[in-house]
Design a binder for this molecule. Structure first.
Ligand code: SF4
Length: 386
């Protein structure tokens, strides 16, 4: 006997294929998909316009199941953070951030992360496993329908989804892609391509695949203007250095006309926030603008945690950095910190990860390494053993 399938695992094509195995036509899959994602349905018995025969076939063979919620915290500013149990001692987080003109849900793609960025709380936890498509979608499914009930609105609450929670989404591409399609599908969440953002530390081959398959908005965690410094902050840079990364960004934009890349830049006191870093960054962007790179910068105030050994840049330095970029014609904003009081701010999502790799061990060794300001344009750092 085969185990019941969780229908959150399917995009519409997948659900149509599944329904076909039950001898059902495609329009039945569309009805079912709308019940699940647009109406938050999980009880087949209540899906009144589905044929009784289909409801009977689904009962016992399939289910629609959210992730168990381990905790929920609401911030004074309206931000809500959920901790979801994904089994095996692992938990991942999702955060809802309400604003006047939008409601953004930040969701996770992996339990932990293998990239190990120096300034990232998730990176310090190590890596356990990829989330399945259904586990990625379940965060949105739960949050959207919970918020609708909670806010007593029949309308859509979540207008934007950002894949900026735990994990490197492009290292889980095969499960991510159907989840993105479900978010964009008019029969699913109906989000526009520009309102779904994938954030990557720079997995170049998968950026090219995403451009071909599903060119949603792209955010790239840059954090440094030179390879020497980026090698130390974002270890993936040793594999895909800046020139390759920025060339991939330019290729991506060929598939997303009129879009731009958002470069995320976490401001670290004395590490990457000096005037010479701004100057090198401007030169870097200008060098690639000629070949079609369109971008804006989002400066992120660092949320310090003890294991990082790093400090937040003072606000005046962040403002001066933003001014230097803006004066050079590069649109730059400073991210407002939200959910500080519930540890929901960017880079603070830690969840609970049973590390099955040596990432956490390697990060622990790095804790004692103090990062000194690296002169922009300095020689490339030797590659540490990973
Ligand atoms: S910043 Fe992103 S890619 Fe880097 S360790 Fe954190 S979750 Fe992973």
């Amino acid at each position: 006997m085969t185990a019941p399938v969780n229908l959150l695992d399917f995009d519409l094509e997948g659900l149509a294929a599944y329904c076909e195995t039950l001898g059902e036509k495609r329009f039945r899959a569309t009805q079912l998909f709308r019940w699940i994602h647009q109406r938050g349905g999980s009880d087949f018995g209540q899906m009144s316009d589905l044929a009784k025969s289909l409801r009977e076939k689904l009962a016992g063979a399939a289910h629609v199941t959210a992730l168990p919620v381990l905790s929920q915290h609401a911030s004074r500013d309206g931000t809500i953070k959920w901790l979801f149990d994904v089994g095996g001692g692992n938990a991942v987080e999702a955060v809802f951030i309400p604003e006047d003109d939008r409601g953004t849900l930040c969701i996770s793609s992996q339990a932990g992360c293998a990239v190990g960025c120096r300034f990232c709380s998730t990176g310090h936890q190590g890596f356990s496993r990829n989330l399945g498509t259904g586990e990625i979608v379940a965060q949105l499914w739960f949050a959207e329908h919970f918020l609708r009930r909670h806010l007593q609105t029949g309308e859509r609450v979540i207008s934007n989804v950002v894949m900026m929670g735990m994990g490197e989404p492009l290292q889980n591409y095969d499960r991510l892609a159907p989840a993105l399609r479900t978010m964009l599908d008019d029969h699913g969440y109906g989000l526009s391509r520009r309102r779904v953002t994938v954030s990557t530390s720079g997995v170049v081959p998968m950026m090219d695949r995403l451009a071909q398959d599903c060119p949603v908005a792209l955010a790239v965690s840059l954090h440094a203007p030179s390879d020497a410094l980026r090698d130390a902050l974002v270890p993936l840079n040793r594999k895909y250095p800046l020139a390759e990364l920025l060339a991939a960004c330019t290729r991506y934009l060929a598939h997303a006309p009129r879009d731009f890349i958002t470069f995320e830049y976490c401001m670290l006191d004395g590490v990457n926030d000096q005037p010479e870093h701004a100057r090198t960054l401007i030169e870097l962007v200008r060098a690639h603008a000629a070949s079609g790179l369109r971008c804006k910068f989002n400066l992120i105030p660092f949320n310090p945690f003890p294991a990082s050994g790093l400090l937040r840049s003072p606000a005046p330095r962040v403002q001066a950095f933003a001014k230097a970029l803006n004066d050079a014609g590069i649109v730059t904003t400073v991210r407002k910190t939200r959910g500080d009081d519930i540890d929901a701010a960017c880079g603070q999502l830690a969840g609970d990860v049973r590390d099955r790799t040596r990432v956490a061990e390697r990060m622990a060794r790095q804790r004692s390494v103090v990062l000194h300001p690296v002169p922009a344009g300095a020689a490339r750092a030797p590659t540490p053993a990973s």
